[in-house]
Design a protein around this ligand. Structure first.
Ligand SMILES: O=C(O)CC1=CCC(=O)O1
Length: 265
């Protein structure tokens, strides 16, 4: 049984676009997508279980648990969705597509790779993150962690927004469950089976995922287009929203295009 989640929504027509945030964030990360893409899609952004305004799950969720919770959310909105996932959200989106192929029309995976379980050092660092949060508390944790998620040249107002979003989004145990799910995720063996169309993006100054890992992800998927977002760090959707949104729109236009039948005239 999936835990209920809080969502923010904008737009009342077009395809459903479900937005899944990264491990240190919340639905607030998608403010530029809710504002701009809602003219073309019904945009829904979640607070993951145990984050921001979503209640704590009754116990640890693994990656399947997050994917199943997202699947229940899609079902509650109708038939299927295009799923935009950033970082950890991208890993959830990929698992969602593997477990519930009928619910995912296409994937948009930003600043993400096949999971931290692919690299023991990354997995250890991810697990240690929850202890850091426990030791520092959300505010000091966000002050330390937030600036790394944008490029070194990000405007101070964006850095502040990222820190404030993180400080209000993360708490234990939700963050620890999320970090554990990311630390044990290794999707390399399942990517080739995904046939859903995908757009993979990465900030050219992403210091968390890195272009190499995101390129490898795109290369492992059957039908993926790959875009490097210039002048952006790990949170490319927030740092270069106009560029990012333009690519998402182009992707949605392509994947939702109806085949043109013969004219009736
Ligand atoms: O380290 C962070 O907080 C950035 C990050 C790693 C995985 C993710 O979703 O965000």
């Amino acid at each position: 049984m999936s835990a209920p989640v809080h969502t923010v929504q904008a737009g009342d027509r077009g395809p459903l676009l479900l937005c899944l945030h990264g491990i240190g964030s919340s639905s607030a990360a998608f403010a530029p997508q809710l504002a701009e893409l809602s003219a073309h899609a019904r945009v829904v952004a979640w607070d993951a279980p145990g984050y921001a305004m979503s209640p704590d799950p009754p116990g640890p969720l693994d990656l399947d648990g997050y994917a199943d919770t997202a699947a229940a959310l899609i079902r509650s909105h109708g038939a299927s969705a295009h799923v935009l996932g950033v970082s950890w959200g991208g890993v959830i989106a990929l698992r969602l597509a593997a477990r519930h192929p009928g619910l995912v029309d296409s994937l948009i995976v930003a600043d993400s790779g096949p999971g931290s379980g692919t690299d023991p050092a990354k997995a250890d660092a991810m697990r240690a993150r929850a202890e850091e949060l426990a030791g520092l508390g959300p505010t000091a944790f966000a002050e330390r962690r937030g600036p790394r998620l944008v490029s070194p040249h990000a405007p101070p107002a964006l850095v502040r927004h990222v820190i404030d979003t993180m400080a209000t989004a993360v708490r234990l145990p939700g963050y620890a469950y999320a970090a554990a799910s990311m630390a044990s995720a290794d999707l390399r063996g399942e990517l080739a089976d995904l046939t859903v169309p995908a757009l993979v993006l990465c900030g050219d100054q992403d210091r968390v995922t890195g272009i190499e890992a995101s390129q490898a992800l795109a290369g492992a998927l059957h039908k993926a287009a790959y875009v490097i977002v210039k002048d952006a760090g790990h949170l490319a959707n927030q740092e270069q929203p106009a560029h990012f949104n333009a690519w998402v729109r182009a992707h949605l236009d392509i994947v939702t295009e109806q085949p043109k039948g013969p004219s009736c005239l």
